[in-house]
Design a protein around this ligand. Structure first.
Ligand code: SER
Length: 337
C-alpha cells in the first residue's frame, strides 16, 4: 500500500513533536505540518511540507490536499485561554471548525472518510467542589461534563462539532444514499509529561515544571497545594493512544470520545519523587488561586474502561515505571546528571 498523507497541526507543541517523530519512525506517512512557529530541529527533517501561520486563515491552502488523517493539535491551553478568552475561542473553536469543514467536504465529495484525531482533555469535566471531586473518583465520559474554563468549554464543544460532522452534517444520513462522512475520534487526555520538552500555558504544567526544574538545580514554587490531585500520563503513552485510536477499525468504536488514563498523583508525590532523585531540590508551594481553582475543577482520575474494551487501550507506564524507566533516566541524560 502507498504512503498515507497526514496533517499535524500544532506540530511544534509537545504532543506535535513526539507525534511527528513516531509517524516518521513508523514510516509510510507523508507528513505535512502547520504551526504559528517554524519547525524545531527535533522534527524539521521529518516533514515534507510545513505551512507556517494562523490556521484559521491558512486552512484554505489544504483544500487541495488528499489527507487520510488529520491530527488537529493546535490549541491555546487552559491557563492562557483563561486570560485571553476571545483569542482562545478563535484558535480552539474557529480553527477546529475550519478543519472539520475541510475534512467533511473531502470525505463527502471523494467518498473517503478522512480520519480526524482530536486531543480533548480532562478540562472538559467540571467538578463543582473538592468534596464532589473526591467522591466521584474516576469519572466516565458522560459524567460531570460542565467545564469551568474557556479551554474546557472549547474542547467539549469541539467534541460535539466533531460528532456532528461525522454523523449528522446536513442531515444527509437521512437520505436514501447518504454520502461517506468524516471519521472523528477524540481522546480526553490527562496532564501529559515529556522528558524531552517542557510545557507552557497549561495548568497541569506544575508536574513537569517541578521535575524539569529539580533536574536543573533550579528552585521551583509550585502553583497548586500539595494535596492537589489529577491524573497524568507519559508522553509515549499519549502517542501510543493516538496511534491505537487511529488504527482501530471503525466498527469497533462505540463512541467518538474516549477517556485515557495512566496514574493519578498529587503535587506532594511529585515533590517526593523529585527529592528522591535530586536530593538538593528546592520545591515550595505558593498556590495561585486561579490556577488552583482550575485544577480543583478537574477530576481526580478518569475511567478509561471504554477505550480498553473497544480498542484494547492500556498504558505502558504506571507511576513507578514512568519515573524509573522513562522520565528520570531521560531527564538525567538531558541535563547531564
Ligand atoms: N494539560 C492541559 C492544560 O493544562 C489540559 O489539557 O491546559
Amino acid at each position: 500500500m502507498g504512503e498515507k498523507q497526514v496533517l499535524v497541526t500544532g506540530a511544534c507543541g509537545e504532543i506535535g513533536q513526539a507525534l511527528v517523530q513516531e509517524l516518521s519512525k513508523r514510516g509510510a506517512y507523508r507528513i505535512v505540518t502547520s504551526d504559528l512557529a517554524p519547525l524545531p530541529d527535533s522534527i524539521k527533517d521529518l516533514v515534507v511540507e510545513h505551512v507556517q501561520g494562523d490556521l484559521v486563515f491558512k486552512v484554505k491552502v489544504f483544500y487541495d490536499y488528499d489527507f487520510d488523517v488529520i491530527f488537529h493539535l493546535a490549541a491555546s491551553l487552559s491557563s492562557k485561554a483563561e486570560i485571553a478568552t476571545e483569542e482562545a475561542h478563535r484558535i480552539n473553536v474557529e480553527g477546529t471548525m475550519q478543519l472539520l469543514m475541510l475534512a467533511a467536504y473531502r470525505s463527502e465529495k471523494y467518498g473517503k472518510a478522512v480520519k480526524f484525531i482530536f486531543p480533548s482533555s480532562i478540562a472538559a469535566y467540571g467538578m463543582p467542589n473538592l468534596e464532589a471531586k473526591k467522591k466521584a473518583g474516576r469519572v466516565r465520559e458522560e459524567e460531570w461534563d460542565s467545564p469551568h474554563t474557556m479551554y474546557g468549554c472549547n474542547k467539549l464543544y469541539c467534541e460535539k462539532l466533531g460528532m456532528y460532522y461525522s454523523r449528522f452534517h446536513g442531515q444527509k444520513h437521512l437520505d436514501d444514499n447518504p454520502p461517506v462522512m468524516m471519521d472523528f475520534r477524540a481522546l480526553r487526555f490527562p496532564g501529559l509529561i515529556s522528558a524531552f520538552t517542557v510545557p507552557s500555558s497549561g495548568t497541569s504544567d506544575y508536574g513537569p515544571e517541578m521535575l524539569h526544574a529539580a533536574a536543573q538545580d533550579q528552585a521551583y514554587a509550585c502553583f497548586v497545594r500539595p494535596d492537589t490531585i489529577i491524573s497524568f500520563m507519559a508522553m509515549p503513552d499519549a502517542i501510543k493512544s493516538m496511534m491505537m485510536l487511529m488504527d482501530a477499525p471503525r466498527e469497533s468504536l462505540t463512541t467518538n470520545v474516549y477517556n485515557v488514563a495512566a496514574f493519578a498523583i498529587t503535587a506532594e508525590e511529585f515533590r517526593q519523587r523529585a527529592l528522591k532523585a535530586f536530593p538538593g531540590a528546592q520545591i515550595t508551594f505558593e498556590p495561585n488561586p486561579r490556577r488552583q481553582g482550575i485544577v480543583d475543577s478537574w477530576p481526580e482520575d478518569v475511567d478509561d474502561s471504554r477505550a480498553r474494551k473497544d480498542w484494547g487501550w492500556t498504558p505502558d507506564y504506571d507511576m513507578d515505571h514512568f519515573f524509573d524507566n522513562y522520565f528520570l533516566p531521560e531527564i538525567k541524560r538531558r541535563y547531564g546528571k
